[in-house]
Design a protein around this ligand. Structure first.
Ligand SMILES: NC(=O)C1=CN([C@@H]2O[C@H](COP(=O)(O)OP(=O)(O)OC[C@H]3O[C@@H](n4cnc5c(N)ncnc54)[C@H](OP(=O)(O)O)[C@@H]3O)[C@@H](O)[C@H]2O)C=CC1
Ligand SMILES: N[C@@H](C[C@H]1CC(C(=O)O)=NO1)C(=O)O
Length: 326
């Protein structure tokens, strides 16, 4: 399979690494909005090209993986490139997934292509596990906790604010909430009662710090529903204290069965990630394999992780899967 990467940041670099781990794939090109000569990638011999060159390569790429930011890049880029390629993205502005799905579906169907959106871990693997748990235990309640770790989506959203030079956002689960859930108390928790958010920001020289802090704290879909703290730091402090992008979290569902609901069951799916972007990229690359296969079968339009048969993610044949993993 011939892979293209569009947008080269943390996630783009992660996809480049993930492709190397999949012998059935090769990286054909990386596309960027910046001057290609200023973008250094890891794979010698793979061209870095302007985003404007991508359309010309539609016959040389089987799946284009979109690694832009969800806040402002993917809403434009995914529908735009679904006109020419099978695409996969990691779009994670949950409230806007329905409109993103509709835009990608229109473009992909018209072009006879497939677009799998919102791939990663949340949305993505956590979405799948929430869905499995709800289907299996309809009488119950579920919880999602993230962190403590660096949310790439929230960090990207802060970096898009005028006057911000760099940013990292840590998501922190509220200990009391996590404990109550773990104790099986089935608490009713608001968004604000489950997590707090902490931002470390490098501002441009002379930027209005009060305005930046206010824009962060009031940002809909990202921060407005959370208690958020903002720290302004130097570039040196950012490099020294916040260079990693670890993360993780869990999906927990407690459900009841039996004649009177007398038996309780707990389903838990958890992740502990040294590198949020590299893990996310590994999920995306597996779904790129599925996108290619589904399109080869004649499927088109927009899909989510709910629509992809699990076996399509694997490089192993059906026989190998039945023999080794069933
Ligand atoms: N579903 C999920 O579970 C997850 C989803 N995500 C999503 O992935 C998105 C991308 O995250 P991430 O890769 O960390 O974001 P980055 O900020 O690293 O990259 C986003 C884009 O910014 C541009 N860029 C990168 N570095 C620079 C630079 N030094 N100067 C100028 N522009 C730059 C690149 O585009 P270009 O090359 O065109 O300039 C890149 O595609 C997030 O917004 C999030 O929504 C992330 C993790 C999990
Ligand atoms: N999409 C998230 C992945 C997880 C992490 C997260 C959060 O910390 O709010 N929400 O979902 C990311 O961009 O890292």
């Amino acid at each position: 399979m011939r892979i293209g990467i569009l947008g080269y940041g943390n996630l783009g670099r992660g996809v480049e690494c993930a492709v190397k781990q999949n012998p059935d794939m090769e990286l054909v090109a990386v596309f960027t909005r910046r001057n290609p000569e200023t973008v250094q990638i890891l794979t010698p011999g793979v061209p870095v090209l302007s985003i404007n060159e991508a359309e010309k390569m539609q016959d040389q790429i089987d799946v284009l993986i979109l690694c832009g930011g969800s806040a402002t890049d993917l809403p434009v880029q995914t529908p735009a490139f679904a006109k020419y390629f099978n695409v996969v993205d990691s779009f994670d502005t949950h409230a806007k997934i329905p409109e993103h799905f509709a835009a990608v579906d229109t473009a992909a169907k018209a072009a006879g292509k497939i677009g799998i959106i919102s791939v990663g871990w949340d949305p993505g693997m956590f979405s799948l596990n929430r869905m499995y748990a709800n289907a299996i235990l309809p009488d119950g309640c579920d919880y999602t906790f993230w962190g403590k770790g660096v949310s790439q989506g929230h960090s990207d959203a802060v970096r898009r604010i005028a006057g911000v030079k760099d940013a990292r956002q840590y998501t922190i689960p509220v200990p009391e909430a996590l404990e109550a859930v773990r104790n099986g108390q089935n608490p009713v928790l608001s968004t604000r009662q489950k997590h707090t958010r902490e931002c470390f920001v490098v501002a441009e020289e002379g930027a209005d710090l009060a305005r930046i802090e206010n824009e962060i704290k009031t940002m809909p879909n990202y921060f407005s529903d959370y208690d958020t703290t903002v720290h302004f730091i130097s570039e040196e402090e950012m490099k020294q204290n916040h260079s990693g992008i670890p993360h993780g979290g869990m999906v927990i569902r407690s459900g009841k069965t039996g004649t009177q609901g007398e038996n309780q069951h707990i389903i838990e799916y958890s992740l502990k990630l040294d590198s949020n972007p590299e893990f996310t990229a590994s999920v995306i690359v597996a779904y790129a394999r599925a996108a290619f296969r589904m399109n080869q079968e004649g499927q088109t339009g927009c899909k989510t992780v709910f629509d992809v048969p699990p076996a399509y993610l694997s490089a192993a044949s059906g026989e190998e899967l039945r023999k080794n993993l069933l």
